[in-house]
Design a protein around this ligand. Structure first.
Ligand SMILES: CC(C)(COP(=O)(O)OP(=O)(O)OC[C@H]1O[C@@H](n2cnc3c(N)ncnc32)[C@H](O)[C@@H]1OP(=O)(O)O)[C@@H](O)C(=O)NCCC(=O)NCCS
Length: 375
């Protein structure tokens, strides 16, 4: 079956009696301080800066130290978004978390985050859509608000991929990084950016091309540093058919952008910013070339963060918003793809959506609330 047969029509706000779009009220992100450059990777993996940069566009990634926990980095991203949006823990009535690198089967990351943030009421649960998780979370948050089940939803995508890769497998270990991003979603009456269209899809027949398998029981080579040896609770590692995933990714990225722009009635040339899942800069350049959209209209952080799975879209969005790249009225296209296979897109009409980036190792100073987020 082709991808085209799998997909229905995108949802569009106010179309055929559908409800108005919810609002993206604020965005936040959090990164570990440690930068792992390709030159450092070269010292313990049989690879080269030249191979990694030319095949993927990645120059460095962030790696969490062993004492960092998944719920800890998720909470930092959540607090950054809440500081930006002016929400307290009592404002949140639903928490949706996404992680492709979970450290527990249960309880959910969302329940642990609820306790960590001290949210006094509401519900909390995890979703699994791999790298598409943040946009699936955004879509689900909107649906819960539209049905009246929720009013203010915190969506958090958090990843510690350094604990899911096999550091003795050079074909996957060099690709990934750690980080977290958070989105605050409120009803149509809240301030923020309007969610104008959503497109979700999955093709389970592609499950074998990207997934996890039991970790090898051989000891890691001596040269691998301590920060790449943190405990793995689920003892699984990533496997991937890189070429197959590359082909799927370029095709679906292109289709998603065309479908979303078509649903909203915006010519491709009028999309202000595409915020794509950050897997590989060659995937982005290929899709941009086929669509005729200049690369300057793509938010790119894969060069500095590597592939941070479901955290990558909110990380890139927070960075774009905090650096003043987005102004009210901008048309912003979020697009992602990942294991499942899954894909997801959302078109936002940018409003007043503040962002805070909690990055002790970075240069970017966010527009609002950074002090509160960091304190
Ligand atoms: C992973 C990826 C970068 C590999 O690039 P590629 O050009 O397809 O490379 P191949 O897998 O064909 O490997 C080519 C050679 O490089 C070698 N190689 C693999 N990893 C290497 C590394 N880190 N350093 C040096 N050589 C490496 C392979 O062993 C192979 O050598 P051989 O020809 O002697 O057997 C590319 O396929 C890709 O980006 N795929 C999509 C990945 C992705 O987006 N995943 C996440 C989706 S959510």
């Amino acid at each position: 079956m082709s991808l085209a047969e799998h997909v229905g029509n995108p949802w569009r706000a106010g179309d055929g009696g559908s409800p108005p779009g919810c609002r993206l009220v604020a965005v936040g992100s959090a990164l570990p301080e440690r930068r792992l450059t390709n030159s450092e990777v070269e010292t313990f993996i049989d690879t080269s800066d030249e191979w990694i940069s030319s095949r993927t566009g990645i120059h460095e990634r962030r790696i969490a130290d062993p004492e960092v926990t998944l719920v800890g980095i998720a909470a930092r991203a959540a607090r950054a978004a809440m500081a930006a949006g002016g929400w307290t823990a009592a404002d949140v009535d639903t928490i949706i978390c996404s992680s492709s690198s979970p450290d527990e089967t249960f309880p959910s990351l969302a329940c642990r985050l609820q306790a960590e943030l001290g949210c006094p009421h509401g519900t909390a649960f995890d979703i699994q859509a791999a790298c598409s998780g943040a946009i699936y979370g955004l879509a689900l948050a909107q649906s819960l608000i539209q049905t009246g089940l929720s009013h203010r939803v915190l969506v958090v995508a958090a990843e510690l991929f350094s604990r899911l890769v096999d550091w003795s497998d050079r074909s996957t270990a060099v690709l990934f990084g750690d980080g977290a991003g958070a989105l605050l979603v409120g009803g149509p009456g809240e301030p923020g950016s309007e969610i104008v269209a959503i497109d979700l899809g999955a093709d389970g027949t592609g499950a074998a091309s990207l997934g996890t398998s039991p970790a090898p029981d051989t000891a890691l080579p001596e040269a691998i540093p301590a920060y790449a040896r943190a405990e793995r609770s689920l003892n699984r590692v990533v496997f991937m058919n890189g070429r197959e995933v590359f082909r799927f990714s370029t095709r679906i990225l292109e289709q998603l952008i065309v479908r979303l722009a078509g649903a909203v009635g915006v010519p491709l040339g009028e999309i202000t910013l595409v915020v794509p899942h950050q897997a590989n800069s060659r995937i982005l350049a290929t899709a941009a070339g086929r669509l005729g959209i200049p690369m300057e209209r793509f938010a790119v952080n894969v060069d500095r963060m590597g592939n941070t799975s479901s955290a990558s879209v909110p990380l890139a969005l927070a960075e774009a918003a905090a650096s003043g790249r987005l102004v009210p009225g901008a048309g912003v296209c979020l697009v992602a793809f990942g294991a499942g296979l899954t894909w997801a897109g959302a078109f936002l009409r940018w409003g007043d959506t503040p962002a805070v980036v909690d990055d002790p190792g970075g240069e970017l100073v966010s527009d609002r609330g950074r002090q509160e987020a960091v304190e």
